[in-house]
Design a protein around this ligand. Structure first.
Ligand SMILES: [Fe+2]
Length: 346
């Protein structure tokens, strides 16, 4: 086999670092991945959903390499021009690349510092609720995506701007049988940002916004069965990406003070225990590939006044599991007129 994997990643119990057995940069990696199409997807499953490739800087000058690599992970790489994504966040020549940056034209700001900024023993806070922002990408869509690829074109210096991962499968396995029984069959209600349903907006009593069908919150299983490995994993988000008006958990008392909130807090606090978490400190040219079906992740603060950050993301879908079979895409308006209105930003 042309690839070698070393794992788990430092300080974690999951994840793997992948490299070519005989060395080589991004071009050689992509060629090897295309010559042996099963190699990287198998490595991803073996590494419980997280791969790191280093030294991929050449992609910054040849962005189509990221698209070619993304295609190894599933049948559909999101074309952001077709998914109501603001045009300032879409890469100019490869529209399958979402640009994440604090510089123009994207101007996306980092998450806030946790309060307090460090743990009692002086470490980076990672556990919920001290650390907020844990989520899995685009869980407000049905079917949700499978894999995200994230390239550090210009990451910020180490010690800030990390990406955190939590292993939802290990966290599920570690639950007591009574807890597993309690969440069997339960569904979470996941909300898109800026639909007025975040924890803070509901707590502030913001007026309820009318939502078009393609903007509505979506149900997702709390325990998700992985379509490749068959493993069960916790599949949850928190403050910004659950519906705190009607959810966060379907069939339980809704709202930030309800029974659903209490159970979600318990589960998120468990999911983000240190033994399930990996902290990635970025180097330029690092490429992380993660499986949204079994890992949650979170971004951390960086000093946006001093540092420039430029990251590229692609999103791959097409194998969400049997429960989503034959569903139409919830986030695409059904009628052409509705789509035109949405693209207008109206
Ligand atoms: Fe994300």
């Amino acid at each position: 086999m042309s690839f070698e994997m070393e794992g788990p990643l430092p300080g974690a119990t999951f994840g793997g670092r992948v490299r070519l057995a005989h060395g080589g940069g991004a071009e050689a990696v992509v060629a090897a991945a295309e010559a042996d199409p099963a190699a990287l997807p198998q490595a991803l499953a073996a590494a419980q959903g997280l791969l790191l490739l280093t030294g991929m800087q050449a992609i910054a000058e040849a962005p189509e390499l990221l698209l070619r690599l993304s295609r190894r992970f599933g049948p559909e790489v999101e074309d952001y021009r077709r998914t109501l994504t603001p045009v300032n966040q879409i890469h100019a020549s490869v529209p399958e690349i979402l640009v994440v940056s604090n510089t123009p034209p994207v101007d996306r700001q980092p998450p806030k510092l946790p309060d307090p900024p460090l743990t009692e023993d002086g470490r980076l806070p990672t556990r919920f609720p001290h650390r907020r922002g844990w989520h899995t990408d685009q869980s407000y869509r049905r079917p949700p995506p499978d894999i995200s690829l994230f390239l550090g074109v210009i990451p910020v210096p180490k010690g800030q701007g990390q990406t955190l991962f939590a292993d939802g499968a290990a966290a599920y396995d570690a639950l007591a049988p009574t807890a597993k029984a309690r969440i069997e069959g339960l569904e979470g209600l996941h909300a898109k940002a800026r639909t007025g349903r975040s924890h803070d907006q509901v707590l502030a009593g913001d007026p309820v916004q009318p939502l078009a069908p393609h903007e509505r919150s979506q149900r997702q299983p709390v325990v998700r069965v992985h379509p490749v490995t068959g493993r069960r994993a916790l599949y949850l988000c928190e403050f910004g990406q659950m519906d705190w008006l009607e959810g966060p958990l379907v069939g339980m008392e809704p709202g930030p003070h309800g029974d659903g909130a209490r159970l979600l807090f318990e589960l998120m606090s468990h999911l983000t225990r240190p033994e399930f978490v990996y902290v990635h400190e970025w180097d330029g040219g690092d490429l992380l590939i993660w499986d949204n079906r079994c890992l949650m992740h979170a971004a951390t603060w960086y000093d946006a006044a001093k540092e420039k950050r430029l990251m590229w993301r692609t999103t791959v879908s097409g194998n969400p599991g049997a429960i989503y079979a034959r569903e139409r895409k919830s986030w695409i308006p059904e009628r052409a007129g509705e789509l035109a209105a949405a693209e207008d930003g109206s």
